[in-house]
Design a protein. Structure first.
Length: 831
């Protein structure tokens, strides 16, 4: 290629990445990633307009940094201006790994095989690479192939065989497909398992079998365990595609499909006869940044959720890389990253810790810790967060936290990234920082969609979609064409117009773009495919370890957890009486000095356990709802998440109960077999102190479920306090230890309370009818009844095997019911 000449300008020979030399004779000649440059270089480190190659009579040829993000380097040193008066080698974007730009004066284009000055040429057998083609024209699409095989070269697993372009794989016999080099077909993709699938060739055809991979094997978007392949079948492993063509397996999607990016065609959404979106259509090519803007109620976030596959349109289609997002969601979900408006990282963890736990949940279990760390390091490097890796998330700036949320999504190497209001609440400087980050992510070859209210930096975007109320399109195109289509560049006037007259704005847009006709029918989705199921035990382990670290990382919370059982244990000292759980030694027939002492001690212990259990969990689920919903969408099982929480919090509650009872036993009363066993009867099989511990601990465990239920039902952390107070007060009054319950109407309500059954179990543990006979009689009969034949209300306090089975069985039933309620709230909603 020769750039058109300018009179009097000496020619300059230019070669990129040891490709075919070019002759530049026009000045200035720009070099960058986008097609409007004279020299196009498709590389993640190259900006849209990276360098300007200029000649003047005074300076001769110079290479000038055009305000690029990553700069240019000579001998490892970043330079702003480099003279090309003689042969010179420049590294673009990075002094070690960036594309090599070689320049030298020339009078004519040298032979293609001639070594280029400044660096040894390739061996004779190595052909020159074709000139870097433009977007949509890539014969091999190297940056798209990298995204397909693992989203970016950054994420490729070190040390493994790598292939780019549409490599043709000849099939014969039995061949394995996987991530490690010992496979016949190596897929350099962290989402592929070590040994992912097997291909068996026979006269009957080619059989593809999944080998128990974590993320599944897909044929034409459907997950398969075994499938006989046909011509043009598309096999998907992780983020890598293979196409059956002519009896061979071709790596990578066809060029037209890969370069097609995202296409939204006539998408509409109607709920309860209210039209929320109306025939929304737009396209976004790889390497592009699209902003979705509009007044409140225009459906911006709704569009983003439909594009992400999280909800389905009433009409219209969404395709990505030529595949239906909603019909092939399971196969595409790892290629789609969705960053919600709320931060999706735990604030009390360091950035490294948060990303490590996320990587454990999202990446295959057979990926080594070192490989996961390299994925994390690559993501942090791309987002310029490496220096903050050991900083707690809550200590990061607003812009850094947004980039950290993006880092979470980049772990799986998505080629479509969607962000909902990433600049919300940020000052102008951080707003610009985030938008520039999104620009770099798009420059790496991804399709990036951003929903935003900020209009300051729209010029960084390739495309703007302006929605009017009702989800009606008012504008879609380059931000530089806003004035041509809308008559003004004043966004305040534009927003006022589309908000007041959405139908007129929509009609004007359709008049300007008559090709935006009737939308296609939405595809029949059928049953929602199950997300690939990762190991339940592994997920539980990861969530549980993360939960423990969260507890230990919050020192204030940890102090409260330790203080509660201490305070409750010491509180038993203020109760009247001196005998504790020992039977009264007063003469027969004499009334004990304080018949309710044992009841009051049990009340403090049981209600204290209930309070600790509920307080442990009442804010937990609602506090990390945004985090869980995103993790659930990428494969976290609700059951694994729930039971990991239950195990951790029950262990913490057990420790709290042990501390509380230990203090109560030491300071007030210790139930001994002699003290609680009636004369003439055998000692209990389980020591009373152990039985009491089990009863109080069981109450705390069920109360953990009570707290989780409240947390799952409320919408914000602020709403948890009223239910917490009500639940504790009701259980205090109706537990049976404070007042007698004589009402037949109230009695069934007590059966729904953990403290009722927990108190009964505790009463059995210390043989309350024997230890405090007078108080027992007062409690088991209605207070206003003097009739000895009146029905006994609390017979469960008697320590019989049947009563023990009944009380613990009731606690188990309550826990099961509450767990079912919480699980139903955690399940994946319908898309």
């Amino acid at each position: 290629m020769t750039v058109p000449p300018r009179s009097g300008v000496p020619p300059l020979q230019v070669r990129v990445a040891q490709g075919r030399p070019q002759i530049v004779t026009a000045t200035p000649a720009t070099l960058g990633r986008t097609p409007d440059n004279a020299i196009v270089v498709n590389h993640p480190l190259v900006s849209r307009r990276h360098l300007s190659i200029e000649w003047t009579p005074q300076t001769g040829w110079q290479v000038i940094d055009a305000g690029s993000t990553n700069g240019m380097y000579v001998n490892g040193v970043r330079q702003n201006v480099v003279s090309a008066a003689g042969p010179i080698a420049v590294m673009i974007g990075d002094g070690q790994t960036g594309p090599l730009l070689e320049l030298a004066p020339a009078v004519a284009a040298p032979p293609a095989s001639a070594p280029f000055p400044g660096r040894p040429g390739p061996p004779p057998s190595a052909p020159f690479q074709a000139q870097a083609p433009r977007f949509g024209e890539l014969p091999d699409a190297p940056h798209l192939a990298a995204l397909h095989q693992n989203a970016s070269a950054i994420f490729q697993v070190p040390g493994e065989l790598r292939n780019s372009g549409r490599e043709q794989i000849v099939l014969s016999g039995v061949q394995t497909i996987g991530r490690t080099p010992d496979n016949d077909i190596v897929v350099s993709d962290v989402l592929a398992s070590r040994h992912h699938a097997r291909l068996s060739s026979s006269p009957q055809g080619l059989l593809l079998e999944d080998l128990g991979s974590v993320n599944g094997t897909f044929v034409n978007g459907q997950r398969v365990s075994a499938h006989r392949l046909s011509e043009n079948d598309v096999v998907t492993i992780g983020n890598s595609d293979f196409v059956m063509s002519g009896g061979a397996l071709v790596r990578g999607r066809p060029r037209a499909q890969a370069a097609g990016g995202l296409e939204v065609s006539g998408v509409g959404l109607t709920i309860d006869r209210k039209e929320l979106l109306t025939q929304v259509s737009f396209r976004a090519a790889p390497g592009s940044l699209t902003a979705i803007i509009g007044p409140s109620g225009a459906g911006k976030s709704t569009v983003s959720k439909i594009v992400a596959g999280l909800s389905s349109p009433t009409v219209g289609l969404v395709t990505f890389e030529g595949r239906g997002v909603h019909t092939e969601y399971e196969a595409l979900r790892t290629r789609i990253g969705m960053v919600p408006q709320d931060d999706v990282l735990h604030q009390r963890l360091t950035l490294r810790q948060a990303l490590r736990y996320a990587a454990e949940l999202r990446l295959p279990s057979d990926l080594s810790t070192a490989d996961r760390d390299q994925v994390i390091d690559g993501v942090l490097s791309e987002l310029q967060l490496t220096e903050h890796v050991d900083t707690r998330v809550d200590k990061l700036s607003g812009g850094q936290r947004k980039r950290a949320s993006v880092a979470m999504e980049l772990l799986t190497g998505p080629s479509l990234l969607i962000l909902d209001e990433p600049t919300s609440g940020l000052d102008p400087a951080l707003d610009q920082q985030v938008m520039r980050t999104l620009r770099r992510l798009a420059d790496a070859g991804r399709v990036v969609i951003v929903v935003t209210h900020s209009l300051t930096h729209l010029t960084l975007c390739d495309q703007v979609l302006l929605l009017a109320p009702g989800g009606k399109t008012a504008f879609c195109g380059s931000p530089h064409k806003v004035s041509d289509e809308l008559g003004t560049t004043d966004w305040a006037d534009i927003f006022a117009f589309v908000a007041d007259r959405p139908d007129e704005a929509w009609n004007r847009y359709r008049h300007r773009h008559p090709d935006s006709g009737a939308p296609p029918a939405a595809p029949a989705l059928g049953p929602i495919p199950a997300i690939p199921r990762k190991s339940m035990v592994r997920q539980m382990s990861t969530v549980a370890r993360r939960q423990f670290r969260l507890i230990l990382a919050d020192r204030g919370y940890l102090v409260v957890l330790l203080a509660m059982p201490v305070i409750l244990g010491v509180l038993t000292m203020v109760l009247p009486g001196e005998k504790g759980f020992a039977v009264s030694t007063d003469p027969p027939g004499a009334q004990p000095s304080d018949p309710s002492e044992a009841l009051q001690i049990l009340t403090v212990l049981v209600i204290g356990a209930a309070f600790m259990g509920v307080a442990l969990t009442v804010r937990d689920l609602v506090g990390e709802r945004a985090i869980f919903e995103r993790e659930r969408a990428v494969g976290l099982r609700p059951g694994a998440y729930l039971w990991a929480k239950v195990v951790v919090f029950c262990l913490v509650a057990t420790v709290q109960v042990a501390v509380m009872l230990g203090l109560a036993f030491a300071l007030r009363a210790f139930p001994t077999p002699d003290g609680v066993t009636e004369p003439g009867t055998d000692y209990p099989l389980v020591p009373p102190a152990v039985s009491l511990f089990l009863a109080v601990a069981a109450t705390a465990w069920v109360s953990v479920f009570v707290g989780l239920t409240i947390s799952a039902l409320v919408r914000s952390s602020e709403q948890t306090m009223p239910p917490l107070v009500i639940v504790i007060m009701v259980q205090l009054v109706l537990s049976g230890g404070l007042i007698a319950i004589g009402s037949a109407f109230v009695k069934p309500i007590t059966w729904l309370l953990p403290t009722y059954w927990g108190y009964a179990s505790a009463a059995q543990a210390v043989n309350l009818p024997y230890v405090a006979p007078q108080a027992y009689v007062e409690q088991v009969r209605p207070i206003d009844s003097n009739d000895p034949s009146s029905p006994i209300m609390y017979t469960f306090w008697d320590p019989t095997p049947a009563h023990t089975a009944m009380t613990y069985g009731a606690l188990a039933v309550l826990a099961s019911i509450l767990a079912a309620v919480v699980y139903s709230r955690l399940r994946l909603p319908k898309r």
